[in-house]
Design a protein around this ligand. Structure first.
Ligand code: AMP
Ligand code: MG
Length: 350
């Protein structure tokens, strides 16, 4: 299959640039599109055969459900049984980087939800994504537009690397604003659980819905016999080819110096050692493969660069990577969660 490309000009009328893409969705094709979180690989969420094509193109296990994307928060009630908490979350954070899981209605095929009786719903804020959904006039089922297991794509070039020749169209809307996938919450018995941290943080959610229970799969590897609430959490994710070790900033004085000293000692032993950490540590490192995530306190910046840097390591002969994770406040929890997965929960003490 030949994959077409469209580059969005934000100064021009959006509709005329997206009618072709919407037409592809309507006739059953696959379109990769930008969102504020990561690029999505979209198809008509009401057609089970179209959903099946998404799984095939990504090499995604069929029990890992898709998120459906709507252009207005009110549309959710056509596809699932909405509750009060959804309404609160919708008025506070939608359109935006948050996904809510609710009991599905029959109109959503079970192929889309990996056989579950629930469906994950999100209304993105990105103007290209919203216009595309609106013009398609159907909800768009879309996981991240990467090959299953690889880091999610945060620019159109990443999508091209993974999916060229396997999908109909890639819409290039530039780099994603947040860089990590949406926050996912599930509501049951009036209680809110956080299944995946993202741009809408626990602190932000708690101001609107009260106490939020952080699912244990956010911070730990689940034992083999435990079924995760979000099936995607059990799969290998975001992993570059080289082994990743995670160093957690414990907040003790002198941590920056100690971390730099440790990583430098590893580089001295093997020059193919890579590092992924904040600017303050990077400044002290002497090596070939140093990726600077940004100033220590600017975790929004870390989120934006993480996936691109993980991909860049794969283009080098790096043999092992030391990543340093900051505290869990704000978007820090989401950055740490992705780093944990990239490292296969390989934490080392220094
Ligand atoms: P992605 O493939 O990056 O779009 O991630 C989607 C995530 O949402 C995966 O971890 C899925 O397992 C999760 N998800 C989607 N639908 C549901 C659902 N109905 N119940 C629980 N988790 C879901
Ligand atoms: Mg994904």
């Amino acid at each position: 299959m030949t994959t077409e490309f469209v580059k969005i000009d934000y100064n021009k009328d959006m509709e005329s640039q997206l009618t072709g893409a919407a037409e592809i969705i309507r006739r059953g094709g696959l379109v990769a599109f930008p969102t504020e979180t990561v690029y999505g690989l979209g198809a008509n969420a009401l057609d089970p055969d179209d959903a099946a094509r998404i799984y095939l193109a990504k090499g995604r296990p069929s029990d890992n459900p898709l998120i459906i994307h709507i252009s207005k928060p009110e549309e959710a009630e056509k596809y699932c049984f909405v509750n009060d908490i959804y309404s609160k979350i919708a008025s506070a954070f939608m359109p935006g980087p948050i996904t809510v899981i609710m009991k599905k209605k029959d109109i959503i095929p079970s192929k889309v939800t990996g056989g579950l009786d629930t469906v994950a719903v999100r209304c993105p804020s990105d103007p290209v994504a919203r216009k595309l959904i609106e013009l398609s006039a159907v909800p768009i089922a879309a996981p991240s537009a990467n090959t299953s297991g690889k880091p999610s794509p945060t620019c159109a070039e990443h999508v091209r690397e993974d999916l060229e020749g396997k999908i109909d169209l890639i819409i290039d809307g530039g780099s994603c604003q947040i860089g990590l996938e949406s926050t996912i919450v599930k509501v049951s018995d009036g209680k809110v659980s956080l299944l995946r941290p993202g741009g809408i943080t626990v602190e932000m959610l708690e101001k609107v819905v009260g106490e939020v229970n952080v699912d244990r799969a956010v911070r730990e590897r689940l034992p083999e016999n435990v079924r995760p609430e979000a099936p995607g959490m059990k799969y290998r994710h975001y992993a570059p080819e080289a082994k990743v070790f995670l160093i957690v900033d414990d907040g003790t004085p002198g941590f920056i110096g100690r971390a730099a000293e440790y990583i430098n000692s590893r580089i001295a032993e093997d020059p193919r050692t890579g590092a992924l950490c904040c600017s303050e540590i990077c400044e002290k490192l002497k090596g070939k493969y140093i990726k600077d995530l940004g100033p220590k306190t600017d975790k929004t910046e870390h989120a934006k660069h993480l996936f691109a840097y993980l991909r860049e390591f794969d283009d080098t002969d790096v043999s092992v990577i030391y990543a340093v994770t900051e505290d869990e406040s704000g978007i820090g929890l989401a950055v740490r969660n992705r780093m944990l997965k990239a490292s296969g929960y390989n934490i080392i003490e220094i």
